[in-house]
Design a protein around this ligand. Structure first.
Ligand code: ADP
Length: 400
């Protein structure tokens, strides 16, 4: 079975084509700057060579048409016709309370994803555009599957997902915590159990997905029982440009003092905060570390705040689960930044987390155990693979 996975963002489309039998990635790449000047498609050839094709790509349908054209082209392609693609799996950001697992896309599903637009106005519309484009270009009968970022966290109990604001706001507007990165947390929490040879039904796992955006999840006996992102991805950890947890009172105070409206306030906490806002240097961890090494005090503060927030959530989730067996790191920073992992784990020895720091500094992006053999809690790196998870959900749903 060949499955195409699409991740449609507001100005980008990422894709991967999988052969599910051999678990091989046949093709992968992405379009950037859709609707902007200088849009292009970049992809890897089977021999590893990278190719960039420039083109005027104004919207998602022409973007997907471009990708399908490349996949079937004589020069760059790996399939001879679109009929070789058995199904298409889509990342869909917000499923609200309507979806607790991946589903085959029907008209009814589409209508429900449309109803969730209010909860993710920047993300759900491009996801829908991708689904509609595939319908148009590959025909109504090509099976399509939606895999939601929020679905894995639908097992959170009420006390974890409700905000302490009037209940009527939940009833009126569905304001509650949903959580994101669910596909990644589901993948790494499952994969780490395979890797360690343990049964997920017996494990209390803290899954730390730390990239540009970041979230932690408490995964108890295979189910998410809490996660650090909320109704939107701005809650929780300090991130590249997002503030994470802030006293709600601060927001109204800043709006009053700076005379700004909700839109500008949202831009401040989403785009100008986090590592970037504190350091004034960059949102990128590599540049933050470079600045720390050259003695920049604000970059050092940003890094310390970043690690401290993760450490506090680990403690909170150990409390929520009445213990912790595995701490798993993933995402660009979690997989690669030894300094971050060291700073996060330092001082958690009291709860059984003891890092083998020599090992910690050796591992960049590979599956590995980073804790000493005697550590009560296993600390593990598992590179995330959301696309494979989407492909494998798509395969099992299409096969029924
Ligand atoms: P996104 O959330 O956009 O998917 P990623 O998961 O790709 O982001 O993570 C991007 C982050 O990972 C950036 O802050 C980047 O600096 C960091 N990163 C990537 N490689 C390294 C590395 N070798 N050392 C430290 N940080 C790294």
């Amino acid at each position: 079975m060949k499955i195409l996975v699409l991740n449609c963002g507001s100005s980008s489309i990422k894709y991967k084509l999988f052969n599910m039998k051999s678990k091989e990635v046949l093709a992968q790449g992405g379009i950037e700057k859709i609707g902007l000047k200088g849009s292009f498609l970049k992809f890897s050839m089977p021999n590893g060579d990278k190719v960039t094709l420039e083109g005027e790509i104004l919207e998602h349908q022409s973007g997907i048409e471009y990708i399908l054209g490349v996949l079937t082209s004589k020069k760059y392609g790996c399939i001879s016709s679109l009929s070789e693609i058995d199904a298409v799996g889509h990342r869909v950001v917000h499923g609200g309370e309507k979806f607790n697992k991946s589903v085959l896309i029907t008209d009814d599903v589409l209508a429900k994803v449309v109803e969730c637009i209010d909860l993710a106005p920047l993300h759900n519309p491009p996801n829908l555009a991708g689904i509609n484009a595939v319908k148009e270009l590959m025909g109504k009968d090509k099976p399509q599957v939606a895999v939601f970022d929020t679905a894995f966290h639908q097992t959170m109990p009420e006390e974890a997902y409700m905000y302490g604001i009037p209940y009527s706001l939940y009833e009126k507007y569905s304001i509650r915590r949903y959580g994101f990165h669910g596909t990644s947390h589901r993948y790494v929490s499952k994969r780490v159990c395979e890797y360690l040879g343990v049964d997920p039904q017996t494990q209390k796992i803290v899954s730390a997905h730390i990239g540009n955006g970041g979230s932690l999840a408490a995964v108890k006996y295979g189910e998410s029982i809490d996660t650090s992102m909320g109704m939107t991805p701005v809650e929780g950890l300090l991130m590249g440009t997002r503030a994470g947890d802030v006293d709600a009172g601060v927001l109204s105070y800043v709006m009053e003092k700076e005379k700004v409206g909700p839109q500008t306030m949202s831009t401040i906490v989403n785009k100008f905060s986090g590592l970037l806002g504190i350091s004034g240097v960059s949102s990128d961890m590599r540049e933050i570390r470079g600045a720390v090494d050259s003695g920049n005090k604000r970059a050092e503060l940003a890094f310390d705040m970043f690690a401290y927030r993760i450490k506090k959530y680990i403690g909170a989730y150990a409390a929520a689960m009445n213990g912790i067996d595995i701490l798993v790191f993933t995402g660009g920073i979690g997989e690669n930044s030894s300094e971050t992992r060291e700073a996060v784990c330092k001082g958690l020895e009291f709860m059984g987390i003891t890092l083998d720091n020599e090992m910690n500094y050796k591992i960049h992006g590979d599956e590995a155990i980073l804790s000493i053999p005697d550590s009560k809690v296993k600390v593990v790196v598992i590179p995330t693979d959301e696309e494979f998870m989407i492909a494998s959900d798509t395969e099992s749903i299409v096969k029924g």
